[in-house]
Ligand binder design. Structure first.
Ligand SMILES: *Cc1c(COP(=O)(O)O)cnc(C)c1O
Length: 480
């Protein structure tokens, strides 16, 4: 498809942008442009077609089955968007006096109550812009906690080998050293290895539960106890909360701090790096370190405060407010019964899919799963030459989004499926049939997979070149 710059025709203008109500002001000379801005000029109709074409070239949950493991691609109810679009929420400015945005600030207070209740925490910040950003925020709070207690020598964070790549990355960014612990044969944390890893220098543990293989760690209470005994803090990567919300709470499992991925569990749009929301909840012992712009209720109304030993601001102003309004709408709409029913249904659906595939595909860990599971195509690849990537490309021709590939790293030729609670049995049955047909095709004609996909706008891409030298900027033929 053509880029908007390639559609541009000199002399065409779109004059439908209204007159500004704000009087124009002159820019100082040194700030003015010396060259003309290289903007495309197209007619209104062309512009509209361009965006429609772009929209048609993408794939979302409204287009088809999207079981992307670890990402919780559930349906986003449209009422969330309607509420976020209320004028009182939408037409505000971050520099407005707080007494004129009390309704918005109440949103934070209400959200803090609900999310604290769901997670067994005592307070929440809604500043971080995504899960990984929440991880960094929480780690900085843990660091500040140890520093205040005169324990700055606690500089090591323990992370299991099944962790999401963002965990070690965030710990390194926060200035910690990383200690890896291995998984046992059930895909859970190896307790002996954990006991060996803790010591005087342990700052804490980062754990995803259920973990990336879709298994709830049966030793969870023992794990958090080992860390507490060693003087460390327990951090819960809550990206998989969709498996447990309304059923068990990180706070009750012995965790001191947690991040959530609102754009996963709480039904708000995922973005290319944002705008997501990665709130961080903590127990009382860490509240004094929460970021700035912490809303508190006073007699006069809600105000922003800076916690006593705050780590400072981690995002401009209050974070992605309109994402929070969507998430809170979702939570209030479901209520406590709906929340637990959502996670129970998500677990049921994942087990339904797993059960329909396990006679054909290898399942390295467990016969049962939480809200997602991992298949290994290692044997299939050895016997037929069809890899996890080939299988994923084959699925594209059935208007179905492939599962997550090659993650977690501890499973060779991994495919990770997460159907979510919002899919119907019919959709899952169709998907099962397609997976089983492709499996059969692999043994009959494995070669044919190397040409897939055949029906998409873009066919088989050169993955290596795409990853190593991506073209991410339009090159103008001449500077104007
Ligand atoms: C998605 C995910 C993250 C990172 O969250 P982002 O919002 O993508 O930054 C961290 N941990 C786990 C287990 C995840 O699945």
């Amino acid at each position: 498809m053509k880029l908007i710059f390639e559609r541009s025709i000199e002399g065409y203008e779109t004059d439908w942008i209204g007159q500004s109500e704000v009087p124009p002001c002159e820019l100082p000379e040194e700030l003015s442009r010396t060259k003309k801005l290289n903007l495309p000029t197209v007619s209104q109709n062309e512009l509209s077609r361009h965006y429609t074409e772009l929209a048609n070239a993408t794939f979302g949950v409204n287009d088809g089955f999207y079981p992307l493991g670890s990402c919780t691609m559930k349906y986003n109810p449209k009422i969330n968007d309607e509420v976020a679009n209320f004028s009182g929420f939408r037409d505000i400015h971050p520099l407005q006096p707080v007494d004129s945005i009390q309704g918005c600030l109440e949103t934070y207070v209400l959200a803090e109550k609900w999310f604290s209740e769901i997670n067994g925490m005592d307070g929440f910040t809604f500043q971080p812009g995504a899960g990984a950003h929440g991880e960094l925020t929480a780690l900085l709070m843990m660091k500040a906690y140890h520093k205040k207690n005169g324990d700055s020598h606690r500089n090591k964070i323990i992370i299991p080998d099944s962790a999401h790549g963002t965990n070690p990355a965030s710990a390194a960014m926060a200035g910690f050293e990383i200690v890896n612990v291995v998984s046992d044969e059930y895909g859970c944390v190896d307790l002996a290895a954990l006991k060996n890893a803790v010591g005087e220098d342990t700052a804490g543990l980062m754990l995803t539960n259920p973990n990336t293989i879709g298994i709830f760690d049966k030793n969870i209470l023992e794990i958090t106890e080992i860390i507490h005994q060693a003087g460390g803090l327990n951090y819960y990567d809550g990206a998989n909360l969709n498996a447990i919300m309304g059923v068990v709470r990180p706070g009750d499992m012995g965790f001191d701090v947690v991040h959530l991925n609102i754009h996963k569990t709480f039904s708000t749009p995922h973005g290319g790096g944002g705008p997501g929301l990665g709130p961080v909840g903590c127990k009382d012992l860490l509240k004094e370190f929460l970021p700035d712009f912490y809303p508190v209720e006073t007699k006069e109304g809600v105000e922003f405060s800076t916690p006593a030993n705050s780590i400072g601001t981690v995002k401009g102003f209050y974070g992605h407010f309109s994402i929070l309004t969507r998430a809170l709408t979702y939570v209030l709409f479901l209520g406590s019964e709906g929340i637990s029913s959502a996670s129970k249904t998500a677990v049921l659906h994942a087990n339904y899919l797993l059960n329909g595939l396990k006679d054909k595909f290898e399942v390295p860990y467990g016969e049962r799963c939480m809200h997602e599971f991992v298949l290994s195509l290692d044997k299939l690849k050895k016997e037929t030459g069809v890899s996890a990537l080939d299988m994923a490309k084959g699925l594209l021709d059935h208007r179905m989004h492939p599962p997550t590939m090659y993650f977690p790293l501890i499973v060779p030729e991994a495919l990770m499926l997460e159907p979510t609670e919002t899919e119907s049995k019919k959709t899952m049955d169709e998907a099962l049939q397609i997976y089983r047909d492709l499996h059969e095709l692999a043994y009959r004609d494995g070669e044919s997979f190397h040409d897939f996909p055949k029906t998409t706008i873009i066919g088989r891409v050169d993955e290596v070149t795409a990853a190593r030298s991506p073209k991410i900027r339009y090159e103008f033929s001449e500077e104007v």
